[in-house]
Design a protein. Structure first.
Length: 190
């Protein structure tokens, strides 16, 4: 009797179950793949959005920095103008006492017999011209100037006597009026 048993329906039934299980597994794998694809797509989109936000923030910061950087040349020009003004003010501060100092130094430099006709102060340089009764008086003028602690670079440019009948000798000279007294020149001054 065993030889007459028909196993075909049982085999067909096993194959049918195997195909169903394979279909369910294939469907589950496709669903899991789809779910995994959707999840990865969602994660990548989130990362892209996050990076776009970061890029937008960076662009805003770059725009703000470019705005500030565009002001730098104007600020540099303002700083340069202020430095020039400060330099002019400093020069004025340094030179404001030159005339007073010159007028206080001149009486000690000019001996009797020398007459000044013109005095020009340009910066620290003093140019003067006048007449002297003799070469000795002009030599005394130069000696006084060289001994003064407020005078430097004494130069006699010209000494002219037109003729023997002319009583006075014309001269042109110059010196530099210093801002601080020269140490060791002109003796002790308190």
């Amino acid at each position: 009797m065993i030889a007459k048993v028909n196993l075909l329906p049982w085999r067909e039934h096993g194959q049918k179950r195997y195909r169903q299980r394979f279909g369910w597994m294939l469907g589950g794998a496709v669903m899991a793949g789809m779910l995994l694809l959707c999840l990865s797509n969602w994660l990548f989109d989130g990362q892209v959005r996050l990076q776009e936000q970061r890029n937008g923030r960076i662009k805003q910061e770059i725009t703000a920095l470019e705005t500030k950087l565009s002001l730098l040349p104007e600020m540099d020009a303002q700083r340069d103008a202020l430095l020039k003004r400060l330099s002019v003010i400093t020069d004025i501060q340094k030179g404001r006492n030159h005339i007073t100092r010159l007028l206080s130094v001149l009486p000690g430099l000019v001996p009797q017999g020398v007459y000044l006709e013109e005095i020009t102060l340009t910066g620290n340089r003093v140019k003067f011209s006048g007449r002297g009764e003799s070469n000795g008086h002009l030599a005394a003028l130069l000696a006084n100037a060289e001994q003064s602690e407020w005078v430097n670079e004494v130069t006699m440019h010209s000494i002219v006597r037109a003729n023997e009948k002319q009583a006075l000798i014309r001269f042109n000279a110059s010196f530099v009026l210093v801002s601080e007294p020269l140490a060791g020149i002109g003796g002790d001054h308190d």
